[in-house]
Design a binder for this molecule. Structure first.
Ligand code: GLC
Length: 478
């Protein structure tokens, strides 16, 4: 490889912020390209053009034309819209597949994302860009690795393209009927490589047919090789262990800066940390909580089993008996939504439950709270704890995945540590960590934890460089 030429990378994702985001995946694929570009990579991104993407994003975009993508007997048009900005994004337009209310959850998700993967490969014929590496993300993009190796690789333009498959969450795998292979026009003898209990797994297709695999923290890279975290694919991970690595996600430190962020009530820094309290008072006012200086513990999360909210539900009443306030923001499983709504009904002055998706409110919560609760059952990386650290809000987390790579338990002797960490998924573990946090909160040591938190660096700088090293390694492998 000519080392003077910029590396060319095409990132494929079903979510890219700010256009479409249902969780951390969108945040990552929306901010990694910016960091890669700053480091000299020629990076472009491909995503579906969903109905929900605001029209204003398409003002000034170029419509490059359309082509026909074949899924067995079905032919569907793929339009290409190019948007330039911090990085170039190509939207694949097809109203039949993507002109729907939600991103996922339809009976034909296999066909929708098979189409997306095939169209994303075919797009190269129209955009004058042959990447060195196609960087796929999560199950929605798994078939691309399969299609490239088993079909597109025969053609000159595609022959040298390598793939990286990044796992953001092993729990969601895209399991579909066997005939999905036929839809992809891939012969059935490949079935064994993508088989999962008699069905086809899109995730497994990505794991088996990519040149390298990464996940979003070193600890999660180890965990997914075990029965407890592998969701049935731990054997596959062990068999491909030599191709697997962990690179921690970063967050955008410019957009998420307590000194300049316009979304929060009052800007502050480590040197004007007393202003953080003003944010708390404003948030209490906005949410209808008593305006007083009590420890505020917050949760900003998808309401799902993964995030440890069952654990929170077991100890919620006990926590609320203390002199604290609890603020929750997020949507998700109905049983959890109902639980937290009911709690707010019973403890109106102690907990504010907000079952919605609101970026500004999220930011205000990060800026205003004292502690951020994230007791996940498993956590590939986790971004919430990084946002909260950036705003001097102290994470209370379980020692798993990316949480254990970013949060260290505060030691009152050495004054080291940026949060509170417990190990076992039990009520006792969680209560112990909350008690630890509260006792430090009421001591002189709190200022050290806050300082350590705000001085932690989880910007993209380091991680983008690690991706570039990995891309180079992939380009040079056979
Ligand atoms: C998923 C994971 C989360 C990770 C994010 C981005 O949402 O659950 O831990 O931070 O992807 O990689």
């Amino acid at each position: 490889m000519d080392t003077n030429k910029p590396i060319k990378v095409l990132i494929i994702s079903s979510e890219v912020a700010p256009y479409a985001k249902s969780g951390g995946l969108g945040d990552v694929t929306g901010s990694l390209p910016v960091a890669l570009r700053k480091n000299g990579v020629d990076v472009r991104v491909v995503m579906p053009k969903y109905k929900s993407i605001k029209n204003e994003y398409f003002i000034g975009c170029k419509y490059l034309g359309s082509y026909e993508t074949h899924l067995s007997w079905r032919k569907q048009p793929a339009g290409i819209i190019q948007k330039d900005g911090d990085f170039t994004t190509y939207f694949i337009e097809n109203n039949y597949y993507f002109g729907r209310d939600k991103y996922y959850g339809y009976d034909d998700d296999n066909e929708r994302f098979a189409f997306f993967c095939k169209a994303a490969l075919e797009i190269l014929q129209f955009i004058d860009f042959i990447p060195d590496v196609i960087h796929c993300n999560d199950w929605q993009t798994g078939p691309l690795c399969l299609l490239l190796k088993e079909y597109f690789n025969k053609f000159a333009d595609y022959k040298n393209i390598k793939t990286l498959f990044t796992i953001h969450n092993m729990q969601y795998q895209g399991i579909f009927p066997r005939y999905t292979l036929e839809m992809l026009e891939i012969s059935d003898w490949c079935f064994d490589s993508v088989e999962f209990y008699g069905s086809m797994s899109f995730m497994k297709a990505g794991l088996m047919y990519s040149d390298m695999i990464s996940t979003v923290s070193s600890t999660y890279a180890k965990e997914i090789k075990t029965f407890q975290y592998g969701y049935g694919l731990d054997g596959v991970m062990r068999s491909r262990a030599d191709k697997l690595c962990g690179i921690l996600n970063g967050i955008d430190y410019e957009k998420n800066n307590p000194e300049t962020d316009k979304r929060i009530y009052v800007n502050f820094s480590i040197d004007s940390i007393e202003k953080k309290k003003q944010n708390k008072l404003e948030l209490q006012k906005q949410l209808g909580l008593n305006q007083k200086d009590v420890p505020m513990i917050s949760i900003v999360s998808r309401l799902a089993e993964q995030k440890g909210l069952d654990l929170v539900s077991w100890v919620a009443e006990e926590i609320l008996n203390r002199d604290i306030q609890l603020v929750l923001l997020g949507t998700g499983e109905k049983r959890l939504e109902d639980f937290f709504r009911d709690l707010a009904y019973r403890y109106p002055d102690k907990i504010s439950t907000n079952i919605l998706f609101d970026d500004t409110l999220a930011q205000r919560i990060y800026a205003s709270s004292d502690m951020f609760l994230m007791p996940s059952l498993f956590e590939p990386c986790g971004l919430g704890q990084m946002f909260s650290l950036r705003y001097g809000t102290i994470p209370i987390v379980r020692k798993t995945g990316g949480l254990s790579d970013t949060v260290t338990h505060f030691d009152r002797n050495t004054k080291q540590g940026n949060g509170f960490v417990f190990e076992h998924y039990t009520s006792d573990g969680l209560l112990w960590a909350i008690n630890e946090a509260l006792s430090v909160y009421y001591s002189d040591d709190w200022k050290y934890v806050v300082k350590n938190a705000m001085e932690s660096d989880f910007s993209w700088n380091t991680s983008a460089k690690k991706y570039i090293e990995l891309y180079k390694k992939i380009i040079n492998c056979d």
